[in-house]
Design a protein around this ligand. Structure first.
Ligand code: ADP
Ligand code: ZN
Ligand code: ZN
Length: 736
């Protein structure tokens, strides 16, 4: 047996493994992730390495392969655990080991920590008094420092240099003499600041208490399960998490709490900080590398007990992990967009299993995947049916926009929505208008011939902006808007007005007195852009907030009593088997924003397809009914979660090479892989066939058993490097 080993973990060396032989007596003890001692280089210096793979085939001449010297017990095997995790990710999500390692070890470069240095007197006061006169004659600076230290035995070195004007060489000289000692304390940059914010302390209601008790009593019995907490918006899920977290950390264990980045607002973090104080830390993508490194170090040393963050916080290396909580578990942000495209939920399950921890998944609109598993008993389902704080579920109306048009209403607001907006403005209550889109207008199309303006590089429809330009939101290509159709010459070419800017314009026109805020990708570019708009709205500096899906997460606005969903159909037409699920989730979450205060809320859903079950069930806030219809469709089509599915993306700058390579790959899969009962589709052009001048084709493979698919991915990874056809071709996997 042979082991592929990486020599310690530092940035440069990740890219190279070395093969060693495993002596017979170690065969049972050496596993992936084991820390071993190996002879290295010409001098056979003994150094530490980590086993990242074990194989039977030697990749070098056997006589040149050196043996492992032994297992290194002296090191904490933390890095080893991470390697094992990387190996699991590689296998399950299809990537190279390097890519997987870089994913699980998010902070690769050590960043110099900010240090706090202080100087203290190392001798008794009497000795110091005696020494002082001798120094005063020949070393005045040293004498001054000594004098100061007699007054105050510990002094910050910053004060010594800035206030006393004493240089570090003077301090060092006294240290050498044994008169003083220098203490260095590393100061971790603490991202959670401003602790004196008031938070309310709540008493759990019966439903919440039962949920918490169930999880806690399992936990105390040593039962580690995965719970799916399905609780309507505002049912108080966060309070339940906090109750369980409190218990887990009181047992000396630690907790990872995942929140979608977009919902990781000051408001959310403060709730945790209020309850747990500086036991909490956060990481997010806006922090510098150094700040993130500090937080990972604090966790590793056990200085904090709760890490809150997005997807990547999952790789926090706690000494004794007890619980992972994933809030809003249905969010697509939990799946990585880069290879390996790991999913945080499944990865959390693996990590929890390795460390005997429990997992809580929570959502008002669970993913069909998680709900399916809960129904099958893989997860334990816990349901919260009522709103915990103030507020009833809102009254929901559907406006059929086809009817509006027939009655001569050509504005983007239905009559009911218009009437309710006026009502709220009069009552000085707040309104949210929600749209799943950005830009002034959507696509530009010709009403005579149907031609749609597209990006010449990306095969994506261009978006018209207010400045009169058409923009590609994928590659940034821009051109001047057209007034005549380039295909047929007709003048009837224009936009489908349904962007956040257009909604803002319409509001300004129809409700001239109203104060409007707009929140979308364009208005939240700055570091705190997001937070600024939300807090302005929370402080009632505006009557109406217009925005994309960003506005439906995170903040609680008790004054909002009306939510308008401007074009519910928009997300229905994405070419994805999850389109209805996504639409249902978005509408339900948006509707849940209304009436979270004392006054009841109302919701208006505008749609051209009021009979679509996604829209209908969302309007009734009926998850169960939605799920039943959706799962029937998935079963019929054998889409996940019924079958597992992988998407193999094959891409290249050269269209002809791509054509050839994808056909070759299909043949390989069909002939060389175990494809019994596997459904294979394609190769077909990807949804976005051409992006940034790169062409992509896709092959889909689906099977009930996930193992069958991972073995296809493994086979492909072995096959690619040894075949000329794949020279300028990139192959990547998407899972489910
Ligand atoms: P969810 O996470 O399910 O949307 P939250 O935990 O954010 O719900 O709770 C919604 C609101 O209700 C919050 O303002 C919260 O402080 C309040 N709340 C939650 N539980 C209780 C309770 N038991 N008593 C009073 N208020 C509560
Ligand atoms: Zn035309
Ligand atoms: Zn483009």
């Amino acid at each position: 047996m042979y082991a592929d080993i990486i020599i310690d973990i530092s940035h440069e060396q990740l890219d190279r493994t070395f093969q060693y032989a495993i002596p017979k007596e170690w065969e049972n003890a050496v596993d992936i992730g084991t820390t071993v001692n190996v002879p290295f280089g010409k001098g056979n210096r003994v150094i530490t390495g980590y086993v990242i793979n074990i194989t039977e085939k030697a990749t070098y001449p056997v006589e040149k392969i050196k043996p492992i010297l032994g297992i290194n017990d002296s090191r904490v095997n933390v890095a080893g655990n991470m390697i094992k995790l990387a190996s699991w990710i590689k296998h399950n999500y299809g990537s190279t080991m390097n890519q997987a390692l870089k994913t699980v070890i998010p902070v690769k470069d050590k960043v110099k920590q900010r240090e706090k240095k202080s100087v203290c007197l190392n001798i008794s006061d009497d000795e110091a008094e005696k020494l002082l006169p001798t120094l005063e004659k020949r070393a005045r600076a040293r004498a001054r420092l000594l004098e100061a230290l007699i007054e105050e035995p510990v002094i910050d070195s910053e004060i010594i240099s800035s206030k006393l004007n004493i240089s570090s060489s003077v301090v060092n000289a006294l240290e050498k003499q044994g008169v003083v000692s220098i203490n260095t304390e590393s100061m971790y940059r603490n991202p959670v600041m401003d602790s004196n914010v008031f938070g309310k302390t709540v008493t759990l209601n019966e439903e919440q208490q039962q949920a918490a008790d169930k999880i806690i009593s399992d936990y105390d019995k040593g039962i580690n399960k995965t719970y799916l907490v399905h609780g309507i918006t505002g049912s108080g899920k966060t309070e339940v998490y906090m109750e369980v977290i409190d218990h887990v950390i009181s047992q000396g264990k630690q907790v990872i709490m995942l929140i979608p980045e977009i919902a990781l607002t000051f408001q959310t973090v403060q709730r945790f900080y209020h309850r747990f104080g500086d036991k909490v830390s956060i990481i997010n993508s806006r922090m510098s590398k150094g700040e993130r490194y500090d937080q990972f170090m604090r966790a590793m040393k056990g200085e904090i007990s709760i890490m809150i963050g997005p997807r990547s916080a999952l790789f926090t290396q706690f000494p004794k992990l007890g619980l992972i909580v994933i809030d809003e578990e249905h969010e697509s942000a939990y799946q990585s967009e880069q290879t390996p495209k790991y999913h945080a939920v499944n990865t959390a399950l693996y990590i929890a299993q390795q460390s005997q921890a429990s997992v809580i998944l929570g959502s008002a609109t669970p993913s069909v995947d998680s709900y399916y598993k809960a129904k099958n008993g893989e997860y334990e389902l816990i349901t919260l049916n009522s709103r915990a704080g103030r507020g009833e579920l809102p009254q929901v109306y559907i406006s059929d926009m086809r009817e509006e048009l027939k009655s001569g209403n050509r504005s983007i607001f239905s009559r009911r929505l218009t009437e309710l907006i006026n009502d709220r403005l009069k009552k000085k209550e707040q309104i949210m208008l929600f749209l799943n889109k950005r830009g002034t207008a959507g696509f530009i199309s010709c009403r005579s011939c149907g031609h749609v303006m597209k990006c010449p590089h990306c095969d994506i429809s261009l978006t018209a902006h207010r400045n009169g330009r058409l923009v590609c939101h994928y590659c940034g290509y821009e051109q001047i808007n057209v007034s005549v159709c380039p295909e047929c010459g007709s003048k009837y070419i224009s936009g489908f007005r349904a962007g956040t800017e257009a909604v803002e314009d319409a509001v300004n026109k129809m409700f001239p007195g109203a104060r409007v805020l707009r929140m979308d990708m364009d208005t939240t570019k700055g570091k705190e852009g997001h937070e600024k708009i939300l807090s302005e709205f929370a402080n009632e500096q505006a009557d109406i907030l217009v925005g994309t899906q960003m506005i439906v997460k995170g903040h609680d606005f008790p004054k909002v009593t009306l939510v308008g969903i401007i074009a519910a159909d928009m997300s229905l037409y994405a070419s994805d088997y999850r389109a209805t699920e996504k639409t249902f989730q978005l509408i339900t979450q948006a509707a849940g924003r209304a009436g979270r205060g004392i006054r009841p809320g109302e919701v208006v859903i505008q749609t051209y397809t009021p009979d679509n079950y996604g829209i209908k069930c969302a309007s009734l806030q009926d998850y169960e009914a939605f799920y039943q219809q959706e799962i029937a469709y998935r079963k019929l089509m054998k889409y996940p979660p019924v079958n597992n599915m992988i998407k193999i993306n094959i891409s290249s700058k050269y269209e002809d090479l791509l054509e050839n390579a994808s056909r070759n790959l299909l043949m390989f899969i069909k002939q060389k892989c175990d494809t019994e009962r596997m459904i294979i589709l394609g190769p077909s052009n990807a949804n976005i066939y051409k992006l940034n001048d790169v062409y992509t084709k896709v092959i889909y493979a689906s099977h009930r058993e996930y193992d069958k698919l991972t073995s296809v991915m493994d086979n492909i990874e072995d096959y690619l490097p040894c075949n000329e056809v794949f020279r300028n071709i990139c192959v990547q996997f998407d899972v489910n």
